[in-house]
Design a binder for this molecule. Structure first.
Ligand SMILES: Nc1nc2c(ncn2[C@@H]2O[C@H](COP(=O)(O)OP(=O)(O)OP(=O)(O)O)[C@@H](O)[C@H]2O)c(=O)[nH]1
Ligand SMILES: [Mg+2]
Length: 306
């Protein structure tokens, strides 16, 4: 497709175009996720730069050096009247609770504009989800976009976690996350693309972000960036061709969140040392311990305490 047409399609995108209309959705939220320093904020600046046909690259979303986490607040950046990008807080190494917080952001359970604190306990997470009832949001169509730098290689464990993360993104939003590989010229992006595709990714696009140091527009770089937005909109169009119920979808997302938080809480409790486990579990453990001692005293014959 001609680059001008690609840009126009994005600028003129409307949620009402399909046979079933907008089905109650008023906004497309392109939700950006990924590790810190992988180029999420720069990607937002690049998208605005190529769409606004501005001569100068503006820093809408603040992007900086990667030695510390920069974006702390979940900020929204409108691209058009209908499309908004959300710069979510990046994480350095996702633990279970951090991942839960990412899912909460993905499910729109954390208000935009709010500082994101990685909650590290069960009660606080459950409360955050309940608090979101105050500002229920049914009208955003969420498209997850995972930003990943080809320059930074992750460990095997993190790769496995990424696979689970992608599956859960799909469960939360109904959409397989679009993978944006940044720093295209700084690594073997074909190899990384292959890895993501083997994990189930449907769309993988390698780009080179426009940055203050390198902002001269080229056809290839601009096309790659526009292609990401275009893919997201194709996904929205596809899903709006089927009947949807945004209220039901929110309830399903909430169920997923509660299940996920319960699961990680259960796992954390079972990994704790005996002395830190909740009181109610102790009688059962004590019973097993006494049984074990008796078993040894009786020279291995079976015994049970009632
Ligand atoms: N060469 C090159 N530099 C990039 C690219 N993307 C981002 N950068 C640079 O990498 C650094 C980090 O980019 P950010 O956009 O701040 O990363 P982030 O993912 O928003 O980081 P957090 O806000 O900490 O989560 C900045 O110095 C950017 O200029 C890219 O595709 N190519
Ligand atoms: Mg950032």
């Amino acid at each position: 497709m001609d680059i001008r047409q690609l840009g126009d399609n994005i600028r003129n995108f409307s949620l009402d175009d399909g046979d079933l209309g907008s089905q109650g959705y008023t906004r497309v939220l392109l939700q950006l996720f990924g590790y810190t320093g992988h180029g999420k904020s720069s990607f937002i600046n690049s998208c605005k730069y190529v769409l606004e046909e501005d001569e100068n690259l503006k820093e809408h979303a603040e992007a900086r050096g990667s030695d510390y986490v920069l974006t702390m607040v979940r900020n929204a950046y409108p691209l058009t009247k209908v499309i908004t990008m959300v710069d979510n807080r990046g994480c350095s190494k996702m633990n279970d609770f951090e991942r839960a917080e990412v899912y909460a952001q993905l499910g729109n359970f954390i208000p935009i504009g709010q500082r994101v604190e990685w909650r590290d306990n069960y009660k606080a997470m459950m409360e955050a989800i309940e608090d979101s009832e105050l500002e229920q949001n049914f009208s955003d169509f969420i498209v997850p976009i995972f930003v990943y730098s080809v320059r930074k290689q992750k460990s095997a464990e993190e790769k496995q976690n990424m696979k689970i993360f992608m599956e859960n993104c799909r469960k939360m939003t109904g959409i397989v996350p679009i993978i944006v590989l940044t720093f295209k010229s700084k690594g073997d992006y074909l190899e990384v693309e292959k890895r993501f595709r083997l994990m189930g990714a449907e769309t993988v696009i390698a780009i080179e972000n426009y940055t203050p140091e390198s902002h001269i527009k080229t056809l290839g770089r601009t096309t790659d960036i526009l292609m990401v937005i275009d893919s997201a909109l194709r996904n929205v169009r596809f899903h709006l061709e089927q009947p949807r119920n945004s209220k039901r979808e929110r309830i399903e997302r909430k169920k997923f969140m509660f299940n996920y938080i319960h699961q990680i809480q259960f796992q954390h409790e079972s990994e704790k040392p005996e002395s830190e486990k909740p009181e109610r579990e102790k009688p059962e453990r004590e019973r097993m311990w006494v049984e074990q001692i008796l078993h040894e005293m009786l020279g291995g014959s079976n015994c049970a305490i009632s």
